[in-house]
Design a protein around this ligand. Structure first.
Ligand code: NAD
Length: 255
């Protein structure tokens, strides 16, 4: 099969690249010729993602970056630009799930933790990526929301609040940035078969089957199916898509 090479001149920065959707997207970008900065919390697996890329002949740079820390974000972006001379694309994907609690039961610390990673982290990354991209003639940014960004989920109010907010933040930033050549969009995955879903389902076969049973398509999504959507939103093929939220969820939010 012919492998398309849409990203041969592209330097891409990916957060939460240690596993799941982030790793699959890093591998997909690299397979199409991109130089990829795989970033995540120390020890989270982003070194291994970079190794998988380089062992296949690709180019990757693994960097520790806690998205809640502006110094980490700026330092990682600085290292990408000093190594590769530019920043063309970003996939802001780092995120955490919440404990299954109603809002009345929710621990305040859990609320702040969710906001800090899923929303403030997104804000900090975009803020500095836009600055770097504007200085180098533009670029593309894809932010990760969720099906929980377009509907309410009982027991997931904090997570849903952050994922709704990602869409509002991204739409506004998209309007601010498109005239500078920075094109911002959102991917909203449904239930995707990653470690996060293993934790949410309790790690049991029954828990997993209960999730599958809610799926109109009759199965969970794969990280590669989300990677494919992210690459489309980052490619010239989607040049007229601005501030768009692409829902990829097997039909879960349709009804
Ligand atoms: P995952 O847990 O496999 O990956 C998330 C990554 O984010 C991890 O590698 C983790 O170390 C990293 N991370 C957490 N806190 C961080 C921080 N402070 N700084 C930097 N990195 C941090 O989960 P995943 O399923 O691959 O999820 C990726 C994204 O997709 C998340 O934003 C998640 O909310 C979203 N999402 C996932 C699903 C799903 O069903 N798996 C559905 C909708 C949305």
């Amino acid at each position: 099969m012919n492998q398309s090479q849409r990203f041969t001149d592209t330097v891409v920065f990916i957060t939460g690249a240690g596993g799941g959707i982030g790793r699959a997207t890093a591998l997909a970008f690299a397979a199409e010729g991109a130089r990829v900065a795989t970033t995540d919390l120390p020890g989270a697996g982003h070194q291994e993602t970079a190794r998988l890329i380089t062992e296949n002949g690709g180019t990757a740079l693994a960097l520790d970056c806690d998205v809640t820390d502006s110094h980490d974000v700026v330092s990682a972006l600085d290292q990408v630009v000093s190594t590769y001379g530019r920043l063309d694309a970003a996939f802001n994907n780092a995120g955490i799930e919440q404990s299954h609690d109603t809002i009345a039961e929710l621990d305040d610390a859990e609320w702040h933790r969710l906001l800090s990673v899923n929303l403030t982290g997104m804000y900090l990354c975009m803020k500095h990526e836009i600055r770097f991209m504007t200085a180098h003639g533009g670029g593309t940014i894809v932010n990760t929301s969720s099906g929980a960004g377009v509907m309410g989920i009982a027991g997931q109010a904090a997570y849903a609040a952050t994922k709704h907010a990602v869409i509002g933040l991204s739409k506004s930033a998209a309007l601010e940035s498109i005239s500078d050549g920075v094109r911002i969009n959102v991917v909203a995955p449904g239930v995707i078969d990653t470690q996060m879903i293993g934790r949410v389902s309790g790690g049991t076969e029954e828990g997993r089957q209960a999730m599958v049973d809610q799926e109109p398509i009759g199965r969970l999504g794969t990280p590669e199916e989300i990677a494919s959507a992210v690459l489309w939103l980052s490619a010239d093929e989607s040049a007229f898509a601005v501030g768009h939220t692409l829902i990829v969820d097997g039909g879960q939010t349709v009804g």
